[in-house]
Design a protein around this ligand. Structure first.
Ligand code: ZN
Ligand code: ZN
Length: 277
């Protein structure tokens, strides 16, 4: 099958390889369409996002690589925006300002009255401490805030791709809640409904599995089936942070999508297009 990935990181944010090393690896793995999606700058000190003073270098370098490798691969400039309502400007406006080809909207940080709950990263401890500090340990309130923030992002910003929408489960590991609890499933269904209504493309992200942080994709299999039922458009992303990861589990994921009832996946070549599974 035609291979692509529209979600990748580099040394401009928290990735391990340069943009060019990522491109060369993508070419080597026979990927035909590849998007650069650095973590967007966020207005506080951090070591994972693109720094404000690096934005123009990032945009220029992606442009140069596009033309340098145009006979071998189609490259696109994008960003994975953190949607944080209390401090973010419109991410859609930012994407327009930077002239991105498309943009990804993701929630990694959940807003609360007591600061931001960081739900991602490699440490379970960060998740647990943040849950306590920001939501006094109330998991339903915290997870509800995560999905409400995601729905608000989908409705207000209409990102082309909604990134790893159930990633809040990653560090849960069945400790605070089970994914078949009614209140949780209701939040998932509301999020899927919002994607349907806003014609979003939902990313099926393979990173959690190949990093051994999750035993299923983001989103997990039951939600992949619900996405098929509701005919929400999907794409496959590796969310690669180093060159060895550019196509990890791509083929397996496409087989899985087919088995879950999806007929097609969507890719970008200047416009979003379906390809049959
Ligand atoms: Zn992400
Ligand atoms: Zn990412």
């Amino acid at each position: 099958m035609l291979k692509f990935s529209f979600h990748s990181h580099s040394t401009y944010c928290d990735g391990k390889n340069t943009l060019e090393e990522m491109v060369l690896s993508a070419i080597d793995k026979n990927i035909k369409y590849f998007g650069f999606s650095a973590h967007s700058p966020v207005p506080f000190e951090n070591d994972f996002g693109l720094q404000e003073n690096e934005i123009s270098n990032y945009l220029n370098e992606t442009k140069q690589l596009k033309s340098k490798y145009k006979d071998k691969i189609k490259l696109f400039t994008s960003m994975e925006f953190d949607y944080i309502p209390i401090i973010s400007q419109s991410i859609r406006e930012k994407a327009k300002e930077y002239e991105l080809d498309y943009f990804i909207g993701s929630v990694h940080l959940v807003a609360s009255e007591n600061g931001l709950w960081f739900t991602d990263g490699s440490k379970q401890e960060t998740y647990d401490n943040g849950l306590m500090k920001c939501f006094n340990g109330d998991i339903r309130k915290a997870v509800g805030a995560f999905y409400n923030q995601t729905i608000e992002m989908i409705e207000n910003e209409k990102p082309d791709i909604v990134g790893h929408f159930d990633k809040v489960k990653m560090h849960n590991k069945d400790r605070y809640f089970k994914e078949d609890e009614t209140w949780y499933k209701d939040l998932i269904m509301q999020t899927i409904e919002a994607m349907k209504e806003n014609n979003s493309i939902c990313e099926i992200n393979t990173r959690g599995v190949y990093k051994g942080r999750s035993n299923d994709y983001f989103p997990q299999t039951s939600w992949i089936k619900e996405l098929a039922n509701k005919k929400v458009r999907v794409t496959i992303s590796t969310d690669c942070h180093k060159k060895e990861e550019v196509d990890l589990l791509f083929e397996e994921c496409s087989q899985h999508l087919k088995a879950c009832g999806h007929k097609e996946v969507w890719y970008f070549d200047g416009n979003w297009k379906p390809i049959s599974l």
